[in-house]
Design a protein around this ligand. Structure first.
Ligand SMILES: *Cc1c(COP(=O)(O)O)cnc(C)c1O
Length: 300
């Protein structure tokens, strides 16, 4: 199986609202098992690990898209992977999510630690250090995969979008934000373009995540050079929270456009973009692009 397809994922036109032509980049199609932004973020870490025969160790919860992507990619490329998972009760395999079952099938070695230990700063805690020390030539990837190397992979999304432009270009690119690592990479990708300058808008899926902008500034070296902002109005009560309105939007969207959404990230993202277009104060024509970052593995 080829992990990094040479051809770009498609961009499709959805609709026009208040003069805003809305397009969507189907990055969930970039790989059947390792889909969306998590593959983009892991790309260079995987290449280096393969060259050095390193073991990749990372962190996540029972439903983590990052853990799912790391396990699947490691299995395909022959890289050993280790997942340090939040929740000691999950040592009981009868309580495993589909994500954990699939990660184990993909030969990821799983370790379960208490929520208290998980909350501690992960590399200094004795229990975590003991797990890591067990592996020779280990490379640690932070939760969600948001390290500097991940930005290089995410920046390539912009190169693809520029090559796929409609004739008059895109004006705004919207992406869902958890840690903000993906948006930081998109910022770097826009900064190095000479011909196009998108505005970037991150939709936070966490409630009151005040450290998000700071995290992006600390990751992206070019955050001063690009017009970007974070919108905190569409978290629907917080991470993994939902509402009947969001559920109804998701069902309508999927049946109208035949594009699957995940409830945690991309449903909130698409809701936000449609709502912002509907409530736009002017009818000035613009091209808006939604970055569909995947996240569909948890739903299956
Ligand atoms: C992890 C994830 C995000 C958030 O990415 P960050 O880089 O942490 O901001 C967005 N969408 C999907 C589908 C994800 O799995």
């Amino acid at each position: 199986m080829v992990l990094f397809p040479a051809s770009p994922t498609p961009i499709v036109y959805l609709t026009t609202l208040n003069g805003k032509a809305i397009y969507l980049k189907q990055d969930y199609l970039n790989h059947p098992a390792v889909s969306g932004n998590k593959l983009r973020k892991l790309k260079y870490t995987l290449q280096i690990a393969q060259e050095n025969q390193a073991t990749l160790i990372s962190f996540g919860g029972a439903y983590s898209n990052h853990i799912a992507a790391l396990a699947a990619a490691g299995n395909i490329l022959g890289i050993s992977t280790v997942g340090i998972i939040r929740g000691q009760e999950l040592a009981d395999t009868s309580r495993w999510s589909n994500t954990l079952k699939k990660a184990a099938d993909n030969r990821m070695q799983l370790h379960f630690i208490s929520r208290e230990t998980y909350r501690e700063k992960q590399l200094t805690h004795a229990a975590i250090k003991a797990i890591i020390d067990h592996y020779a030539n280990a490379k640690i990837i932070p939760e969600g995969g948001s390290d500097r190397l991940s930005l290089i992979g995410s920046a390539e999304i912009i190169d693809e979008c520029i090559a796929q432009h409609p004739a008059d270009g895109f004006d705004v690119l919207f992406a869902a934000c958890g840690t903000g690592g993906t948006l930081a990479g998109l910022i770097d990708g826009v900064a190095r373009q000479t011909s196009s300058h998108y505005r970037l808008v991150g939709i936070s899926v966490l409630k009151g995540h005040l450290g998000l902008s700071e995290n992006i500034r600390s990751l992206s070296r070019s955050h001063m050079l690009v017009d970007w902002s974070i919108n905190q109005d569409y978290h629907f009560g917080g991470y993994a929270k939902t509402s009947p309105m969001l559920q109804a939007f998701m069902a309508d969207f999927e049946s109208n456009y035949k594009i699957p959404l995940d409830p945690i990230y991309t449903a909130k993202l698409c809701y936000a973009v449609f709502d912002l277009a509907n409530n736009s104060p002017n009818k000035q024509p613009e091209n808006w692009l939604i970055y569909h970052s995947g996240g569909l593995q948890g739903a299956k």
